[in-house]
Design a protein around this ligand. Structure first.
Ligand code: PLP
Length: 393
């Protein structure tokens, strides 16, 4: 008897709808190029914004930490898994973010899952941005708080929602992505913060795509808008611009303290490995000293967007290095990605439903500080040729 026979049918459906994503295996480090099946491809879709994923100084720091501490933390943070490098990292992150304190988790998704259910429960109400990341959506569900979704970037809709529903809960939380990961636009955090103050709602921003990208030396969205004393919770990840693995919550000393007492990934999932923690610590130290990779990233982003627009592509509403090439149709997007991969040796993964809304499929390009001008021009040229072949431009 085959009780999982329905799975084959489900997979067939995904394939027919153009929603079955090929999973490519990379045979070496993340760089301007990657090796896949023995071929070198121009890497245009990893979140390694600053090239830190394969930075030799950072790798050295991780290797040294493994020599000192070993590979595994051995336990959850609250039992026997808190090692010195965690404490050092938490201090560094708080300083970098101009916040009182921070607590480190094993990933960004986990940081959201950790924090939201500590902040709000079933008596409370959450105002959640329409395009928030899946990890926020899951975290809010897990909290059992009443959830009110407000329209993307629409402050009058947020205010209407607050007016109508603020009293639906004891505590209230406004939660938003800082940089929207699929579109690259930036949340109007000053206005959100004002509304939070006006309606007595905590403000929580997920800065996954802002760290190492926005603000002074990549301090992120809160620094970019000079709001460090006014945003209650800044969450972030170490897996994108920071180049390694892990996530964090920063805020007041008390807020960090309660996370260490209550948040479930801190209490019930083993701690971040020393190698990762050391890599992150080194990456932040490098970023504080030297913002040349950051400047190079923005230079490459401008060059890429201008090139694609000149070729006739719609690059959406991005205000950051995230560069969506809007196609719309799911199947056409997979075809474009496939042609770029097979014929032009450009690695650019398709983004389709349910990651983005149906009919808004796209290829999301991520320029990096490790790309040269020639790399960027080659990507544009490949898109222009492939786009013409498929009748997209
Ligand atoms: C990537 C991302 C996360 C998850 O971070 P990981 O460290 O990869 O788990 C959370 N929120 C947003 C907005 C993201 O883009």
């Amino acid at each position: 008897m085959n009780r999982t026979g329905w799975v084959a049918e489900e997979i067939e459906n995904l394939k027919n709808q153009g929603r079955y994503i090929p999973i490519r295996q990379i045979d070496g480090p993340q760089g301007s190029t990657v090796t896949i099946s023995g071929r070198s491809l121009l890497n245009m879709c990893s979140n390694n914004y600053l090239g830190f994923a394969n930075n030799s100084e950072i790798k050295e720091a991780a290797i040294n930490a493994i020599r000192t501490y070993g590979v595994g933390a051995g336990a959850v943070r609250s039992i026997a898994g808190t090692i010195k490098i965690h404490t050092e990292l938490e201090k560094e992150v708080a300083e970098f973010k101009h916040m009182e304190g921070s607590v480190v988790y094993q990933g960004g998704l986990l940081a959201n899952i950790a924090a939201v259910p500590v902040l709000v429960g079933k008596e409370d109400v959450v105002f959640s941005e329409e395009l928030n990341h899946a990890s926020i959506i899951d975290a809010v569900r897990l909290s059992s708080a009443k959830r009110i979704v407000f329209k993307h970037m629409d402050m009058s809709d947020l205010e209407r929602a607050l007016k109508e529903n603020r009293n639906a809960g004891k505590k209230a939380l406004i939660i938003t992505d800082g940089v929207f990961s699929m579109d690259g636009d930036i949340a109007p955090l000053p206005e959100i913060t004002e509304l939070g103050e006006k309606y007595d709602a905590m403000v929580y921003v997920d800065d996954a795509h802002g760290e190492g990208v926005l603000g002074d030396h990549g301090r992120g969205i809160v620094d970019h808008f000079h709001l460090s004393q006014r945003v209650d919770v800044e969450m972030g990840t170490f897996s994108k611009a920071i180049g390694s693995m892990g996530g964090f919550i920063s805020g007041s000393r008390d807020l960090v303290d309660i996370m260490k007492q209550r948040s479930r990934p801190f209490l019930f999932s083993s701690a971040l490995n020393a190698g990762d923690a050391a890599a992150v610590l080194k990456a932040i130290q490098i970023l504080k000293k030297d913002d040349t990779p950051l400047k190079k990233l923005w230079h490459n982003a401008d060059r890429l967007k201008q090139g694609l627009q000149k070729a006739g592509f719609d690059t959406g509403r991005s205000k950051t290095p995230i560069t969506p090439v809007m196609v719309g149709n799911e199947k056409k997007t997979l075809d474009l990605s496939g042609l770029l991969y097979e014929k032009y040796s450009v690695f650019a993964s398709p983004i389709v439903y349910p990651t983005v809304a149906q009919g808004t499929a796209r290829i999301r390009l991520m320029p990096s500080a490790v790309h040269s001008d020639d790399d960027i021009d080659r990507a544009v040229d490949a898109f222009e040729k492939a786009g013409k072949e498929l009748g997209i431009i």
